[in-house]
Design a protein around this ligand. Structure first.
Ligand SMILES: C[S@@+](CC[C@H](N)C(=O)[O-])C[C@H]1O[C@@H](n2cnc3c(N)ncnc32)[C@H](O)[C@@H]1O
Length: 361
């Protein structure tokens, strides 16, 4: 047995029950999204794939507007959840069942479902969306760790499970998360749900997406209008009606209005230089997401400094040098959370090339 502290709360983690400290940032960001949502909505959450119950307890403790039920098919996990609920004096149903079996048969109404299985969430998407479609407005939160598939190392598996062509190149994490969003969007359409990605990001070995779902049979086909292909271009990639990567989600992967609100709350009364640990990581990630999801970059994929430098056979310039040259020409420039040496811009590739060549030493 070990004890861990997250968000100032102590949790018991028993032998044989899943706990990964690498998922801490993912839990912390999801928690911030829930905090915002619960200001306006009563949330009935199913923390499916609960393990120790840490995620659900954090959610429940964050707002009186959040109710949480916990589900896991493992006996050890269920016992561990009981201990953590008791420790934090929380009431919530604990269900020991296989997710799909439970969700397809329950009469409970959930408007927020958390899918955090090992590997892929694909086989749980449809049943979760069917349940959420009982609401006018609901949310689906998904964690995927099948990055080998989504990033195109296992291309055939990507085609089989996600019905998308993928390439394992420098931007595969961005196209991978967009393939996952496309999968959610197409499954959602069939349930008359219109999707809006609230937050999507890549961190270490995981993709995290939280999407808003609005029941609207007349407009559910519009999810498809936000799906496209990607063509490799001279310096990077461009969305296009046909291309060798996709289909994939082509619009923003996060909602900057929401991110702005979270950032304002997190930064309030705090001196940025003093922030450290998870607080600092949260802010850096949210700031990058804000920048790269600005309207002007909505259908852009990030460029990579090492990739372009190699193509142009020059020494890689710094991000600062490139940003100055592109901004001076009157175009937008954003850093990306996908990599520290990547950027987004609405400048065309001639301008980008010129900016690189002008830094040539
Ligand atoms: C990756 S862990 C979840 C981690 C947890 N959400 C957290 O933040 O620490 C996956 C958990 O889901 C459970 N699980 C896997 N597949 C399941 C299924 N089909 N139905 C119910 N539980 C499942 C496993 O027993 C395991 O405890």
């Amino acid at each position: 047995m070990q004890k861990v502290v997250e968000e100032g709360l102590e949790f018991i983690i028993n032998e044989g029950v899943f706990y990964n400290p690498e998922m801490r940032l993912s839990r912390a960001i999801s928690l911030e999204v829930l905090r915002e949502l619960s200001k306006k909505h009563e949330l009935k959450v199913l923390d499916a794939f609960s393990a120790s119950g840490i995620r659900g307890v954090l959610y429940k403790k964050s707002s009186p507007n959040i109710r949480v039920d916990f589900l896991d098919y493992s006996e050890k996990a269920v016992k561990n959840i009981e201990e953590n609920l008791k420790k934090h004096k929380i009431k919530g149903k604990i269900i020991r069942k296989e997710f799909n079996e439970f969700i397809c048969n329950t009469k409970e109404n959930y408007n927020f479902i958390e899918l955090d299985p090992f590997g892929s969430s694909v086989e749980y998407l449809k049943p979760a969306l069917k349940k959420l479609a009982e609401n006018k407005l609901s949310w689906l939160s998904v964690t995927n760790t099948d990055l080998q598939v989504l990033c195109g190392v296992e291309r055939r598996a990507c085609l089989k499970f996600y019905q998308s062509y993928q390439k394992n190149n420098y931007f595969c994490h961005e196209t991978g998360i967009r393939i996952l969003l496309k999968k959610i969007a197409t499954e959602a359409s069939e349930e008359n749900l219109v999707i809006k990605p609230l937050i999507s990001f890549y961190y270490r070995h995981q993709f995290k997406c939280i999407v808003e779902l609005r029941k609207d049979g007349k407009n559910a086909h519009k999810n498809y209008e936000k799906i496209s292909y990607l063509k490799e271009s001279e310096l990077g990639g461009k969305f296009s009606k046909c291309g060798e990567i996709g289909p994939l989600w082509k619009e923003n992967i996060a909602e900057i209005g929401l991110i702005k609100k979270i950032l304002e709350r997190l930064k309030k009364g705090k001196r940025e230089g003093k922030l450290k640990g998870i607080e600092k990581k949260k802010i850096i990630l949210l700031e990058r997401l804000w920048e790269e999801n600005e309207e002007r970059f909505k259908d852009k994929i990030f460029y990579s400094i090492p990739h372009i430098s190699k193509k142009l056979k020059i020494n890689p310039p710094s991000l600062k040098e490139i940003s100055e040259k592109i901004i001076r020409k009157g175009f937008g420039f954003a850093r990306t959370h996908f990599t520290p040496d990547g950027f987004k811009t609405d400048a065309n590739e001639e301008i980008i090339k010129e900016a690189f060549l002008r830094t040539k030493k």
